[in-house]
Design a protein around this ligand. Structure first.
Ligand SMILES: [Fe+2]
Ligand SMILES: [Fe+2]
Length: 212
């Protein structure tokens, strides 16, 4: 297969970005864990809260798409390419499942997603330029943060919103596996101050995505 030149690369990345940011343009490999669960009666307040949390999760998955795309552009990762591609495909499942929950709750994805995509793509590409060790370390640290968020969401989601809970539970399992994979592939463990900074940034992102 011929090597992709710079223009091909640009078109492939732009196509992927648009597919991530436009609803209905990505397709899940696995059916949603919520598929065979009946929709529960939620009060308007509960539905609004569930939608806010699922919008945060969807925005997180937009970031995951961008991070993997940025990384794919710059990182070498020959020994974990298959695992990374599998993880990236699972992130597409998460993106679609969150989108489906938002549709069912009559809500919308975050208007800030293009901004989060751009930021995450730059970080992913930047980490890959430094080294594979940093790049994989960044994946591991991000997935750990996501696991913390998902754990909180399981406590915070309305008890009867079993559909959203099923989606978040499966995502939590997948993200924990992605973190382990990145660390066992040689990702560095980020020091506490960097993780602290990442927590601050993610708090700002989740607060705004919950509302807009
Ligand atoms: Fe994910
Ligand atoms: Fe993940």
């Amino acid at each position: 297969m011929r090597q992709l030149n710079a223009i091909d690369q640009f078109i492939v990345r732009a196509d992927r970005a648009l597919r991530t940011l436009v609803a209905g343009e990505q397709f899940a490999d696995r059916p949603s864990p919520a598929k065979n669960i009946a929709e529960a009666e939620l009060s308007p307040e509960e539905a609004r809260h569930s939608a806010g949390l699922m919008r945060v999760n969807h925005a997180g998955e937009v970031c995951a798409q961008a991070l993997y795309q940025g990384q794919a552009l710059t990182a070498k990762l020959p020994h974990v390419r298959t695992e990374m591609e599998k993880a990236a495909a699972e992130e597409v499942d998460h993106l679609v499942w969150c989108q489906e929950r938002l549709d069912a709750l009559n809500s919308h994805t975050s208007h800030l997603n293009p901004l989060w995509y751009g930021m995450s793509f730059a970080i992913g590409a930047g980490a890959g330029l430094i080294s594979d060790k940093v790049s994989l370390g960044f994946v591991a640290a991000t997935e750990e943060q996501v696991c913390n968020h998902l754990q909180h969401h399981l406590e915070d989601l309305p008890a009867q919103d079993v559909k959203s809970r099923a989606v978040v539970t499966q995502m939590l399992r997948d993200e924990a596996r992605h973190a382990d994979m990145a660390l066992s592939a040689g990702g560095m463990r980020f020091p506490a101050p960097i993780k602290g900074l990442m927590t601050l940034v993610s708090k700002a992102m989740t607060k705004t995505s919950y509302r807009i």
